[in-house]
Design a protein around this ligand. Structure first.
Ligand SMILES: [Zn+2]
Length: 197
């Protein structure tokens, strides 16, 4: 940034070996200085501004929209068993007690269970095909690929295997809209509450 300090003492050579005052030039410099000063940000830079506060409903709705989810298949209420969320044949449930910063990641995880239902027809058949112990890791790997940072099953397993990632990518591709509506069956897998999280 230019400074006004010393403007009055600016001298330029006129080519004759002597120095000559150039008042017009100093005025131009002064005006430029003022313009640049006025254009400078008055407060802290944009990068230093705090992030907007996390709002539960905003996170929830934004993530559902990103995923192209049908809200009719989602409920924000306490799932049984103290879970943060469940997803299965009857749709998905997300606890309103989840800390706001985890809402998007939990919604993505439960969305992947709905995708498993859409891909295989039911969560039970998904479990049969994928293997009993692979529903959660595949859902969590897909959630991670979709942008989640809170992926407790991935952390527990120490990462996703190539097979996990192949099955996870299939969930990302298969974005059907119809859920197998088998009323009365409750085949939901749950994302458990991580201790201390
Ligand atoms: Zn799960």
């Amino acid at each position: 940034m230019l400074s006004l300090v010393g403007v009055g003492r600016i001298r330029l050579s006129d080519g004759t070996g002597t120095e000559q005052k150039r008042p017009i030039f100093t005025v131009v410099l002064a005006v430029l200085s003022l313009l640049l000063t006025a254009a400078a940000p008055a407060g802290p830079s944009a990068a230093a501004l705090p992030a907007p506060p996390c709002t539960w409903a905003t996170e929830y709705n934004r993530t559902l929209d990103e995923l192209g989810e049908n809200r009719a298949q989602w409920r924000a209420t306490d799932p049984p068993g103290g879970f943060w969320g469940t997803g299965g044949d009857d749709g998905a449930v997300v606890s309103p007690l989840i800390p706001c910063r985890y809402v998007a990641d939990v919604v993505r995880h439960e969305h992947m269970h709905l995708q498993q239902v859409r891909q295989f027809g039911s969560l039970g058949f998904a479990q049969f095909v994928l293997g009993a112990d692979r529903l959660e890791i595949v859902a969590d790997c897909a959630s991670m690929l979709a942008g989640s940072r809170y992926t407790p099953y991935v952390e527990l397993a120490g990462g996703c295997t190539p097979r996990d990632l192949t099955d996870a990518r299939q969930l990302l591709r298969d974005h059907g809209t119809s859920l197998g509506a088998s009323a009365g069956t409750s085949n939901a897998e749950a994302l458990t509450v991580g201790a201390g999280r």
